[in-house]
Design a protein around this ligand. Structure first.
Ligand code: F6P
Length: 348
């Protein structure tokens, strides 16, 4: 038996740990492994495949990025893209595929599975927004980066008595902002799930000053659409939209953090600075939690294919590995619950 493995979408710390787990389990079971380069792009045109060996997956557990490369290529958008990919897999004697990715990559995996080819998934995204799983590879490390940044920003904010606005990733959800902000002691966390008006931000900052707190840290998720003070406007985000192959707006270009800090300074007169954490959140070595879970779900994914089970994905439910249909994790975007939003408000 031979299986393929690919990583698609934005990279995340822990991808190499997952590739290693898929491959090591396969070698242990006498299965050969082909690495598909650069996500779904490696299955289009002439293809871009690489034999994985015990040597090629050695020493990669602590490495960020992905040894296979990744891309946001979408075969569902290419004419005959799925058929071409399946022909390439079959033509290279690949009996099944492990697709490591978030909702975009896994939506292609589900389509291939429904077209009759054995595909299993592995959940990855720093955004942590897949449904049916408590864990996505990369989230824990990204949260760690936010926490370290907030610890550092606290000292400089306090020294200058400033407002610091920190823009974090997360696409249309506020998981990275909420969990990172809670752990890093942010005074206010703005997330797409619970929109706040600029007037509320202004009031909050004045209240803190009134209480003798002469600096503030505000975490804002990149996907936030702020409303104007009277609730009528569409908010400060300013730049024109640019979309990727899956139709997602490139939110970093919207510049919500920058626009928010300008508005805060105008409304309050408090000196304000912005830090956009950007791709720092995706770089570097994975945390122990990301390494361990990438290992557990990677091994489970190989086991599924080895046992001729497909159209499935190992996830974490109640702290354990559970197996659910691929469609289940992309059924809806998992959003931050109100309980966490309310919890954070206590610490403003
Ligand atoms: O989905 C992961 C993510 O990091 C989002 O949080 C962010 O909006 C997007 O990818 C950025 O994508 P790119 O790396 O293509 O700029």
């Amino acid at each position: 038996m031979r299986i393929g493995v690919l990583t698609g979408g934005g990279d995340a710390p822990g991808l190499n740990a997952a590739i290693r787990a898929v491959a090591r389990r396969a070698f242990e079971r006498g299965i050969q492994v082909t690495g598909v380069k650069n996500g779904w792009a490696g299955l289009l045109q002439a293809g871009d495949l690489d034999e994985l060996t015990p040597a090629s997956v050695r020493g990669i557990l602590p490495l960020g990025g992905t040894i296979l490369g990744t891309s946001r290529t979408n075969p569902l958008k290419e004419k005959g893209g799925v058929e071409q990919s399946l022909a390439l897999l079959r033509g290279n004697g690949i009996d099944g595929l492990v697709a490591i990715g978030g909702d975009d990559t896994l939506s292609v995996a589900a389509a291939m599975s429904e077209a009759g080819y054995p595909v299993v998934g592995v959940p990855k995204t720093i955004d942590n927004d897949l449904s049916a799983t408590e864990f996505c590879i990369g989230f824990d490390t990204a949260v760690g980066v936010v926490v370290e940044a907030l610890d550092r920003l606290h000292t400089t904010a306090s020294a200058h008595h400033r407002v610091m606005v920190v823009e974090v990733m997360g696409r249309d959800t506020g998981w990275v902002a909420m969990v990172g902000g809670l752990a890093g002691g942010a005074d206010m966390i703005l997330i797409p799930e619970f929109p706040l008006r600029l007037g509320e931000v202004e009031q909050h900052l004045h209240r803190r000053r009134g209480e003798g707190k002469d600096f503030s840290i505000i975490v804002v998720a990149e996907g936030v659409k702020m409303q104007s003070g009277d609730g009528t406007g569409s908010g400060p985000a300013a730049q024109p939209e640019k979309r990727d192959a899956f139709g997602h707006v490139q939110l970093a270009r919207q510049g919500v953090g920058d626009a928010l800090s300008t508005q805060i300074e105008e409304l309050t007169g408090f000196e304000t600075r912005v830090t956009v954490l950007g791709h720092l959140q995706r770089g570097g070595s994975p945390s122990p939690i990301d390494r361990i879970w990438a290992t557990r779900v990677g091994v489970a994914a190989t086991d599924l294919l080895a046992e001729n089970k497909a159209g499935l994905i190992p996830v974490r439910q109640n702290g354990e590995v559970a197996i659910v249909p691929l469609r289940e994790v992309i059924r809806e975007t998992r959003r931050v619950p109100e309980s966490l939003f309310r919890l954070q408000r206590i610490f403003g």
